[in-house]
Design a protein around this ligand. Structure first.
Ligand code: FNR
Length: 338
Protein backbone atom coordinates (compact mmCIF):
# COMPACT_ATOMS: atom_id res chain seq x y z
CA UNK A 1 0.00 0.00 0.00
CA UNK A 2 1.55 3.31 -0.97
CA UNK A 3 -0.83 5.68 0.85
CA UNK A 4 -0.09 4.30 4.33
CA UNK A 5 -0.84 6.50 7.31
CA UNK A 6 1.63 6.48 10.17
CA UNK A 7 1.62 6.97 13.91
CA UNK A 8 4.54 8.02 16.07
CA UNK A 9 5.02 5.49 18.87
CA UNK A 10 8.13 7.09 20.39
CA UNK A 11 8.16 8.86 23.77
CA UNK A 12 4.47 8.29 24.22
CA UNK A 13 2.27 7.78 27.25
CA UNK A 14 -0.36 5.22 26.36
CA UNK A 15 -3.60 4.12 28.01
CA UNK A 16 -3.67 0.30 27.91
CA UNK A 17 -6.58 -1.73 26.55
CA UNK A 18 -8.80 -2.86 29.42
CA UNK A 19 -12.06 -4.75 28.99
CA UNK A 20 -15.05 -2.77 30.33
CA UNK A 21 -12.76 0.08 31.39
CA UNK A 22 -11.52 1.58 28.15
CA UNK A 23 -14.81 2.63 26.64
CA UNK A 24 -15.13 6.15 25.22
CA UNK A 25 -15.41 8.11 28.53
CA UNK A 26 -12.26 6.62 30.06
CA UNK A 27 -10.33 7.17 26.84
CA UNK A 28 -11.45 10.78 26.70
CA UNK A 29 -10.50 11.33 30.34
CA UNK A 30 -7.06 9.79 29.77
CA UNK A 31 -6.51 12.10 26.80
CA UNK A 32 -7.52 15.10 28.91
CA UNK A 33 -5.01 14.11 31.57
CA UNK A 34 -2.15 13.74 29.10
CA UNK A 35 -2.24 10.35 27.38
CA UNK A 36 -0.83 10.61 23.85
CA UNK A 37 -2.45 7.43 22.59
CA UNK A 38 -5.44 5.48 23.91
CA UNK A 39 -6.42 1.84 23.28
CA UNK A 40 -10.01 0.64 23.32
CA UNK A 41 -10.89 -2.52 25.21
CA UNK A 42 -10.26 -5.73 23.27
CA UNK A 43 -13.05 -6.39 20.78
CA UNK A 44 -13.40 -9.82 19.20
CA UNK A 45 -13.43 -9.93 15.38
CA UNK A 46 -16.74 -11.84 15.21
CA UNK A 47 -18.43 -9.18 17.33
CA UNK A 48 -17.36 -6.15 15.32
CA UNK A 49 -18.17 -8.04 12.11
CA UNK A 50 -21.75 -8.60 13.22
CA UNK A 51 -22.24 -4.98 14.32
CA UNK A 52 -23.72 -2.21 12.20
CA UNK A 53 -21.93 1.16 11.91
CA UNK A 54 -24.24 4.01 12.82
CA UNK A 55 -23.48 7.74 12.87
CA UNK A 56 -25.21 8.93 16.01
CA UNK A 57 -26.18 12.54 15.25
CA UNK A 58 -27.64 13.08 18.67
CA UNK A 59 -24.33 12.43 20.45
CA UNK A 60 -21.91 13.15 17.61
CA UNK A 61 -20.49 9.64 18.03
CA UNK A 62 -19.98 6.69 15.74
CA UNK A 63 -21.55 3.55 17.14
CA UNK A 64 -21.10 -0.09 16.18
CA UNK A 65 -24.30 -1.72 17.31
CA UNK A 66 -25.59 -5.32 17.41
CA UNK A 67 -29.13 -6.23 16.36
CA UNK A 68 -30.17 -6.36 20.04
CA UNK A 69 -28.95 -2.71 20.36
CA UNK A 70 -25.83 -3.61 22.35
CA UNK A 71 -23.13 -1.06 21.58
CA UNK A 72 -19.96 -3.00 20.78
CA UNK A 73 -17.83 0.07 20.16
CA UNK A 74 -18.54 3.79 20.47
CA UNK A 75 -16.06 6.44 19.37
CA UNK A 76 -16.03 10.18 18.82
CA UNK A 77 -14.25 11.79 15.86
CA UNK A 78 -12.22 13.95 18.26
CA UNK A 79 -10.28 10.90 19.52
CA UNK A 80 -9.66 9.39 16.09
CA UNK A 81 -6.05 10.63 15.71
CA UNK A 82 -5.06 9.01 19.01
CA UNK A 83 -7.17 5.89 19.00
CA UNK A 84 -5.90 2.33 18.63
CA UNK A 85 -8.49 -0.41 18.15
CA UNK A 86 -7.51 -3.67 19.83
CA UNK A 87 -8.67 -6.78 18.05
CA UNK A 88 -9.09 -10.28 19.45
CA UNK A 89 -8.58 -12.69 16.59
CA UNK A 90 -7.19 -16.07 15.55
CA UNK A 91 -7.61 -15.83 11.81
CA UNK A 92 -5.95 -13.57 9.20
CA UNK A 93 -8.99 -13.23 6.91
CA UNK A 94 -11.38 -12.44 9.73
CA UNK A 95 -8.87 -10.03 11.25
CA UNK A 96 -8.57 -8.11 7.98
CA UNK A 97 -12.35 -7.99 7.48
CA UNK A 98 -12.89 -6.71 11.03
CA UNK A 99 -10.08 -4.15 10.80
CA UNK A 100 -11.31 -2.88 7.42
CA UNK A 101 -14.72 -2.29 8.91
CA UNK A 102 -13.41 0.19 11.53
CA UNK A 103 -10.34 1.47 9.65
CA UNK A 104 -11.63 4.94 8.86
CA UNK A 105 -12.75 5.65 12.44
CA UNK A 106 -9.42 4.87 14.13
CA UNK A 107 -5.67 5.49 13.83
CA UNK A 108 -4.17 2.03 14.24
CA UNK A 109 -4.99 -1.63 14.84
CA UNK A 110 -3.46 -3.73 17.61
CA UNK A 111 -3.70 -7.51 17.88
CA UNK A 112 -4.09 -8.94 21.37
CA UNK A 113 -1.48 -11.68 21.87
CA UNK A 114 -1.38 -11.57 25.65
CA UNK A 115 -4.78 -12.35 27.09
CA UNK A 116 -4.45 -15.49 29.27
CA UNK A 117 -8.20 -15.96 29.88
CA UNK A 118 -9.66 -19.36 29.00
CA UNK A 119 -12.15 -17.82 26.58
CA UNK A 120 -9.29 -16.36 24.51
CA UNK A 121 -7.06 -19.41 24.72
CA UNK A 122 -9.86 -21.78 23.67
CA UNK A 123 -10.57 -19.60 20.66
CA UNK A 124 -6.89 -19.58 19.64
CA UNK A 125 -6.72 -15.84 20.44
CA UNK A 126 -4.71 -13.72 22.90
CA UNK A 127 -1.81 -15.56 24.53
CA UNK A 128 -2.59 -18.70 22.48
CA UNK A 129 -0.86 -16.92 19.58
CA UNK A 130 2.42 -16.88 21.58
CA UNK A 131 2.58 -20.67 21.04
CA UNK A 132 1.69 -20.32 17.37
CA UNK A 133 4.24 -17.85 16.01
CA UNK A 134 3.55 -18.73 12.36
CA UNK A 135 -0.17 -18.03 12.75
CA UNK A 136 0.60 -14.79 14.65
CA UNK A 137 2.91 -13.79 11.82
CA UNK A 138 0.24 -14.57 9.18
CA UNK A 139 -2.32 -12.42 10.98
CA UNK A 140 0.01 -9.44 11.30
CA UNK A 141 1.31 -9.77 7.71
CA UNK A 142 -2.24 -9.85 6.36
CA UNK A 143 -3.18 -6.75 8.35
CA UNK A 144 -0.02 -4.86 7.37
CA UNK A 145 -0.59 -5.69 3.69
CA UNK A 146 -4.29 -4.87 3.57
CA UNK A 147 -4.67 -1.78 5.78
CA UNK A 148 -3.81 1.86 5.25
CA UNK A 149 -3.20 2.39 8.99
CA UNK A 150 -0.38 1.10 11.25
CA UNK A 151 -0.57 -2.34 12.83
CA UNK A 152 0.91 -3.34 16.20
CA UNK A 153 0.63 -6.25 18.61
CA UNK A 154 0.64 -6.58 22.37
CA UNK A 155 2.34 -9.66 23.81
CA UNK A 156 3.42 -11.19 27.08
CA UNK A 157 6.94 -12.52 27.47
CA UNK A 158 7.67 -16.21 26.72
CA UNK A 159 9.20 -18.73 29.17
CA UNK A 160 12.83 -17.92 28.19
CA UNK A 161 14.59 -14.77 27.04
CA UNK A 162 15.66 -16.43 23.80
CA UNK A 163 12.09 -17.47 22.96
CA UNK A 164 10.90 -13.94 23.66
CA UNK A 165 13.58 -12.42 21.44
CA UNK A 166 12.88 -14.91 18.63
CA UNK A 167 9.17 -14.17 18.85
CA UNK A 168 9.46 -10.37 18.81
CA UNK A 169 11.93 -10.45 15.91
CA UNK A 170 9.56 -12.64 13.92
CA UNK A 171 6.69 -10.23 14.61
CA UNK A 172 8.88 -7.27 13.63
CA UNK A 173 9.60 -8.93 10.28
CA UNK A 174 5.90 -8.56 9.32
CA UNK A 175 6.22 -4.79 9.02
CA UNK A 176 4.36 -3.85 12.22
CA UNK A 177 4.96 -0.30 13.50
CA UNK A 178 5.53 -1.05 17.20
CA UNK A 179 5.18 -3.81 19.77
CA UNK A 180 3.88 -3.67 23.33
CA UNK A 181 5.53 -6.06 25.76
CA UNK A 182 3.87 -6.92 29.07
CA UNK A 183 6.79 -8.25 31.12
CA UNK A 184 5.03 -11.33 32.53
CA UNK A 185 4.54 -14.81 31.09
CA UNK A 186 1.01 -16.00 30.42
CA UNK A 187 1.14 -18.07 33.63
CA UNK A 188 2.24 -15.15 35.81
CA UNK A 189 -0.36 -13.06 37.63
CA UNK A 190 -0.45 -9.31 38.33
CA UNK A 191 1.17 -9.76 41.76
CA UNK A 192 4.29 -11.30 40.20
CA UNK A 193 7.25 -9.05 39.52
CA UNK A 194 7.31 -7.60 36.01
CA UNK A 195 10.41 -8.68 34.07
CA UNK A 196 11.68 -5.25 33.07
CA UNK A 197 15.03 -6.77 32.05
CA UNK A 198 13.34 -8.88 29.35
CA UNK A 199 11.59 -5.80 27.92
CA UNK A 200 14.98 -4.05 27.93
CA UNK A 201 16.66 -6.90 26.06
CA UNK A 202 13.88 -6.85 23.45
CA UNK A 203 14.16 -3.05 23.07
CA UNK A 204 17.87 -3.50 22.40
CA UNK A 205 17.42 -5.97 19.53
CA UNK A 206 14.40 -4.43 17.80
CA UNK A 207 14.37 -1.49 15.41
CA UNK A 208 10.67 -0.70 15.87
CA UNK A 209 9.57 1.13 19.04
CA UNK A 210 8.94 -1.06 22.07
CA UNK A 211 6.13 -0.05 24.40
CA UNK A 212 6.75 -1.23 27.96
CA UNK A 213 3.81 -2.54 29.97
CA UNK A 214 3.25 -4.26 33.30
CA UNK A 215 4.65 -1.63 35.66
CA UNK A 216 1.52 -0.55 37.55
CA UNK A 217 2.43 -2.42 40.75
CA UNK A 218 5.27 0.07 41.21
CA UNK A 219 3.48 3.13 39.85
CA UNK A 220 1.89 5.48 42.35
CA UNK A 221 2.93 8.81 40.87
CA UNK A 222 3.99 10.29 37.54
CA UNK A 223 7.72 10.01 38.29
CA UNK A 224 7.31 6.23 38.62
CA UNK A 225 6.15 6.08 35.01
CA UNK A 226 9.37 7.78 33.87
CA UNK A 227 11.38 5.40 36.05
CA UNK A 228 9.60 2.43 34.43
CA UNK A 229 10.43 3.79 30.96
CA UNK A 230 14.10 4.20 31.90
CA UNK A 231 14.37 0.80 33.53
CA UNK A 232 12.96 -0.95 30.46
CA UNK A 233 14.83 1.15 27.90
CA UNK A 234 11.56 1.25 25.96
CA UNK A 235 10.45 3.99 23.57
CA UNK A 236 7.07 4.38 25.25
CA UNK A 237 5.07 3.21 28.22
CA UNK A 238 1.57 1.77 28.47
CA UNK A 239 -0.35 2.02 31.73
CA UNK A 240 -3.32 -0.16 32.73
CA UNK A 241 -4.18 -0.68 36.40
CA UNK A 242 -2.63 2.53 37.72
CA UNK A 243 -4.86 4.44 35.27
CA UNK A 244 -7.88 2.29 36.06
CA UNK A 245 -7.55 3.28 39.74
CA UNK A 246 -6.88 6.95 39.09
CA UNK A 247 -6.54 8.07 35.46
CA UNK A 248 -5.01 11.38 36.56
CA UNK A 249 -1.80 9.40 37.21
CA UNK A 250 -1.11 10.32 33.56
CA UNK A 251 -0.86 14.04 34.46
CA UNK A 252 2.64 15.48 34.36
CA UNK A 253 1.47 18.05 36.94
CA UNK A 254 0.57 15.32 39.43
CA UNK A 255 -2.42 13.23 40.44
CA UNK A 256 -5.76 14.87 41.26
CA UNK A 257 -7.96 13.92 44.23
CA UNK A 258 -9.91 10.78 43.31
CA UNK A 259 -13.37 12.27 43.94
CA UNK A 260 -12.62 15.14 41.56
CA UNK A 261 -11.55 12.59 38.93
CA UNK A 262 -14.68 10.49 39.44
CA UNK A 263 -16.95 13.53 39.05
CA UNK A 264 -15.19 14.51 35.81
CA UNK A 265 -15.50 10.90 34.60
CA UNK A 266 -19.21 10.90 35.38
CA UNK A 267 -19.66 14.19 33.56
CA UNK A 268 -18.09 12.72 30.41
CA UNK A 269 -20.29 9.62 30.77
CA UNK A 270 -23.36 11.87 30.88
CA UNK A 271 -22.14 13.80 27.81
CA UNK A 272 -21.79 10.57 25.83
CA UNK A 273 -24.84 8.82 27.24
CA UNK A 274 -22.58 6.03 28.49
CA UNK A 275 -24.33 2.88 29.69
CA UNK A 276 -25.19 2.97 33.40
CA UNK A 277 -23.71 -0.47 34.16
CA UNK A 278 -20.40 0.45 32.52
CA UNK A 279 -20.28 3.82 34.28
CA UNK A 280 -20.95 2.25 37.69
CA UNK A 281 -18.40 -0.50 37.08
CA UNK A 282 -15.62 1.97 36.26
CA UNK A 283 -16.40 4.18 39.26
CA UNK A 284 -16.29 1.12 41.54
CA UNK A 285 -12.88 0.20 40.08
CA UNK A 286 -11.64 3.72 40.84
CA UNK A 287 -13.05 3.44 44.38
CA UNK A 288 -11.41 0.05 44.96
CA UNK A 289 -9.25 1.18 47.88
CA UNK A 290 -11.99 3.40 49.33
CA UNK A 291 -14.95 1.05 49.30
CA UNK A 292 -15.59 1.63 52.98
CA UNK A 293 -16.34 5.34 52.30
CA UNK A 294 -19.99 6.37 52.15
CA UNK A 295 -19.81 7.19 48.42
CA UNK A 296 -18.38 3.73 47.70
CA UNK A 297 -21.11 1.90 49.59
CA UNK A 298 -23.85 4.03 48.00
CA UNK A 299 -22.36 3.60 44.50
CA UNK A 300 -22.49 -0.17 44.96
CA UNK A 301 -26.23 -0.05 45.58
CA UNK A 302 -27.07 2.47 42.81
CA UNK A 303 -29.57 1.03 40.31
CA UNK A 304 -29.83 3.82 37.74
CA UNK A 305 -27.85 6.70 36.29
CA UNK A 306 -29.90 9.35 38.11
CA UNK A 307 -29.13 7.70 41.44
CA UNK A 308 -25.41 7.51 40.64
CA UNK A 309 -25.40 11.19 39.71
CA UNK A 310 -27.11 12.09 42.98
CA UNK A 311 -24.40 10.31 45.00
CA UNK A 312 -21.70 12.27 43.19
CA UNK A 313 -23.52 15.63 43.24
CA UNK A 314 -24.07 15.60 39.49
CA UNK A 315 -27.87 15.31 39.43
CA UNK A 316 -28.40 18.89 38.18
CA UNK A 317 -25.97 18.41 35.30
CA UNK A 318 -27.49 15.03 34.43
CA UNK A 319 -31.02 16.42 34.30
CA UNK A 320 -30.00 19.48 32.27
CA UNK A 321 -28.17 17.35 29.67
CA UNK A 322 -31.02 14.80 29.52
CA UNK A 323 -33.62 17.53 28.96
CA UNK A 324 -31.53 19.22 26.26
CA UNK A 325 -30.96 15.88 24.54
CA UNK A 326 -34.66 15.04 24.61
CA UNK A 327 -35.52 18.38 22.97
CA UNK A 328 -32.84 17.86 20.32
CA UNK A 329 -34.11 14.35 19.65
CA UNK A 330 -37.67 15.56 19.18
CA UNK A 331 -36.43 18.26 16.79
CA UNK A 332 -34.45 15.69 14.80
CA UNK A 333 -37.42 13.29 14.67
CA UNK A 334 -39.67 16.13 13.47
CA UNK A 335 -37.23 17.04 10.69
CA UNK A 336 -36.95 13.40 9.64
CA UNK A 337 -40.70 13.01 9.40
CA UNK A 338 -41.40 16.31 7.63
C1 FNR B 1 -6.52 -5.87 31.20
N1 FNR B 1 -5.55 -6.20 30.24
C2 FNR B 1 -5.92 -6.30 28.92
N2 FNR B 1 -4.96 -6.50 27.96
C3 FNR B 1 -5.27 -6.50 26.65
O1 FNR B 1 -4.38 -6.65 25.81
N3 FNR B 1 -6.57 -6.33 26.26
C4 FNR B 1 -7.59 -6.13 27.15
O2 FNR B 1 -8.74 -5.95 26.75
C5 FNR B 1 -7.27 -6.16 28.53
N4 FNR B 1 -8.24 -6.01 29.52
C6 FNR B 1 -7.89 -5.80 30.82
C7 FNR B 1 -8.86 -5.44 31.76
C8 FNR B 1 -8.49 -5.14 33.06
C9 FNR B 1 -9.54 -4.72 34.05
C10 FNR B 1 -7.12 -5.19 33.44
C11 FNR B 1 -6.70 -4.84 34.84
C12 FNR B 1 -6.17 -5.57 32.52
C13 FNR B 1 -4.13 -6.23 30.61
C14 FNR B 1 -3.55 -4.83 30.64
O3 FNR B 1 -3.69 -4.15 29.40
C15 FNR B 1 -2.06 -4.84 31.02
O4 FNR B 1 -1.34 -5.61 30.10
C16 FNR B 1 -1.80 -5.41 32.42
O5 FNR B 1 -2.76 -4.95 33.36
C17 FNR B 1 -0.40 -5.02 32.91
O6 FNR B 1 -0.22 -3.62 32.92
P1 FNR B 1 -0.28 -2.74 34.26
O7 FNR B 1 -1.64 -2.98 34.88
O8 FNR B 1 0.79 -3.25 35.16
O9 FNR B 1 -0.08 -1.32 33.84
Amino acid sequence: MDHKKSMDYRKKMILAPMVRICTLPMRQLALEYGADIVFCEEIIDFKILSAKRIENDLLGTIDYVLSDETIVFRTHPKERDKLVFQLGTSDPKRAVAAAKKVEKDISAIDVNMGCPKLFSLKGGMGAALLSEPEKAKEILSALVNCLSIPVTCKIRILPTLQETLDFVKLMESTGISAITIHGRTKEERPQHQNHNDVIKAAAEVLKIPVIANGGSKEISEYADIERFRNETGASSVMIARAAQWNPSILRKEGKLPLFEVIRRYLQICIDHDNMFTNTKYCILQMMHADMDKEEGIRTQTAAAMGQLCEIWNMKGYYEAVSTKRQILKEEMDRKMNS
